[in-house]
Each structure stands twice: as structure tokens, then as C-alpha cells.
Design a protein. Structure first.
Length: 321
């Protein structure tokens, strides 16, 4: 039997704007470049000319805005200075007008200001760097900004916070496109964790408490080894030697999430791994990750990624072996 030809690579255009941050500009290539040709990346500017980086050098791309019209995904890395108005400059507006309807759009940090100014985030959830939240809200009140998360996946539009959260987002995109195994391989090559707990809330500057600073991290580690159990807030608080009220507050401060939401996310992550890497039945996986029954697993997985356990396994099980 003849082997089916490999699908063409997914075309990614990275739009470097004047003042682009070099680190974030390189994230798409660093993550997607580890996938043996699954993606084809092109870096461009709005007019094909070099742009100044937020460093002591310029970026001279091989492409102009024409690649935006051919891309399956368009990436807007961050840049400085932060925009002061909600209006795009004409050159950037003209370049973005070339993007085809339905193209996946991804921004990192201040790149969300460009998507918002283009009207592409109106009425949608999004994020940017926590330190820029007030300015973003003032400029774009129609965007449902969530400054407490590392990234937001709203289907065809994805936004992330600053710097390293761009890596988190691109690993998430790779995981969604090609499964956990591909994302884990890329994470190992980049020498970063496949995913990070919590959100931006853990990085917001706050006064350091003078007492009771043991934190909830040891309890989170303890809970990860007991996901099969129906852990309660009281149990978690008792392990941390805190009252339930104090524990819930400290947990929210450190992770940006409630204990219940965090536990659900960890259970979903473990379920996805087991669906990909094992032959356990759906019933067995539901029990293993601490959901009451397969129906609960199905509901939570569908809410998180939009597919059933069986559909997810059919799509990704082969990539993990």
C-alpha cells in the first residue's frame, strides 16, 4: 500500500514591527523549528524594510507583507514603546488588511495592542502583560481583558502575556496542533517545562508578607500525586497548616486561580496524557485522574478543548507512541 503524502507545512508569518523585542521575535522559530518541518516560518515587516529592534541592532527580514496573505498563522511579537493611542499607523493597518479571513492570529505581550487597535479583539477575551493592563483597558474597553493568565486561547485568536509566556503559548499551540508528545519534545529542546502552573498573578509585584510565608507550593506538589482522590479545600488547607480561608487566598495570590480550578486543570492535563500515551479505557482514565465518572471527564475535557475523550484519542494517540 502506498504511503499517503505528508501534508504541506503550516505557514507561519511573524510580523516584526519597529522596536520589536528580539527574544520574543525568536520564540515561534525556537518552538516550531523543533518539529521536523511541520511549520514553515517567514519573518516580515510591514514594508519589507529593516526595523530597529529594542536593542542595539536592526532586523533585516527576507520578506515583506505579501507573506501575510499566504499565512495560516500570523504572529505579532511585542515591541516598544507601548502604543499611546487606539489607532493603527497606516502601514501596519495596510499590512494586516492582507491577512485572509480565518487565519489564526497570535500575539505576545504588547502585540495584543495591535490586534485590539485593528478591532480583532472586540468582545473577545484576551491578555497582555499585567503591568500594561490599565493602559490596555483605557484604550480598548470593548476587549474582555484578563491580566491574570499567561495566555488566552479563543480559537482563531490567541494572546499571551510578556516574554516567557510566549513560550507557554506556542507550546500550547503545538500541543493543540500535534499532541502532547510533540510539545514535550519541543519543551525539552528549549529546556523549559512543557507547561507552567498558574497565571500572571504570581508575578505581580506585591508587598512581601512578614509572617506565614511558607506558601502553597508544597501542597500543590502533594496534590499532584493524589489527583485520583476527591481532594477537598479542607484537606488542602490542612496539609498546608492554614485555615481554609487563608489557604484559598494564598493559593489565588500565588497561582492566579482558585484551588478547585487548578485541580480541574491538572486533572484534564493528566487525562490528555493518559489518552495519548496509554490504552486505558475512558472509565479507567476518569478514575485515575479523579473525575467522578466518564461523563464528568467528557464534560470537563469538552469544556477545556472542545472535543470528547474518544475524539481526542483518535487524533493524538498515534503521535505519542
Amino acid at each position: 500500500m502506498a504511503t499517503a503524502p505528508a501534508p504541506p507545512p503550516h505557514r507561519v508569518a511573524v510580523l516584526a514591527l519597529d522596536g520589536v523585542y528580539p527574544f520574543e521575535l525568536g520564540i515561534p522559530k525556537r518552538v516550531f523549528g523543533s518539529t521536523d518541518g511541520l511549520y514553515r516560518l517567514s519573518t516580515c515587516t510591514v514594508d519589507g524594510r529593516p526595523v530597529h529592534a529594542d536593542a542595539d541592532f536592526t532586523v533585516a527580514p527576507d520578506h515583506g507583507p505579501e507573506v501575510l496573505a499566504e499565512a495560516d498563522t500570523v504572529v505579532i511579537p511585542p515591541f516598544a514603546p507601548v502604543p499611546e493611542t487606539a489607532v493603527l499607523d497606516p502601514a501596519t493597518a495596510a499590512a494586516l488588511a492582507l491577512v485572509r479571513p480565518g487565519t489564526r492570529l497570535i500575539s505576545i505581550c504588547t502585540g495584543a495592542f495591535v490586534l485590539a487597535a485593528a478591532g480583532l479583539l472586540d468582545g473577545r477575551p484576551a491578555t497582555t502583560h499585567w503591568a500594561l493592563a490599565d493602559r490596555f483597558r483605557a484604550l480598548f474597553p470593548r476587549v474582555r481583558l484578563d491580566p491574570d493568565v499567561l495566555f488566552v486561547d479563543d480559537g482563531d485568536v490567541l494572546t499571551s502575556a510578556g516574554a516567557a509566556s510566549g513560550i507557554d503559548l506556542f507550546l500550547h499551540v503545538l500541543r493543540s496542533d500535534h499532541g502532547t508528545a510533540a510539545a514535550n519534545r519541543a519543551a525539552r529542546i528549549c529546556v523549559v517545562p512543557p507547561w507552567r502552573e498558574g497565571g500572571q498573578a504570581q508575578y505581580v509585584v506585591r508587598p512581601v508578607p512578614t509572617t506565614g510565608s511558607t506558601g502553597t507550593a508544597p501542597t500543590r506538589e502533594w496534590a499532584l500525586t493524589r489527583l485520583h482522590r476527591p481532594l477537598t479545600l479542607a484537606e488542602l488547607a490542612a496539609h498546608a497548616a492554614m485555615s481554609t480561608r487563608t489557604f484559598a487566598r494564598r493559593f489565588q495570590e500565588e497561582t492566579g486561580q482558585s484551588p478547585g480550578r487548578w485541580l480541574t486543570q491538572q486533572r484534564i492535563a493528566l487525562a490528555r496524557h493518559l489518552l495519548e500515551a496509554t490504552d486505558l479505557t475512558i472509565d479507567q482514565i476518569a478514575t485515575r485522574v479523579g473525575f467522578a465518572n466518564p461523563v464528568s471527564l467528557r464534560q470537563h475535557l469538552h469544556s477545556a478543548i472542545g472535543v470528547s475523550p474518544l475524539a481526542y484519542r483518535r487524533t493524538f494517540a498515534g503521535t505519542a507512541r
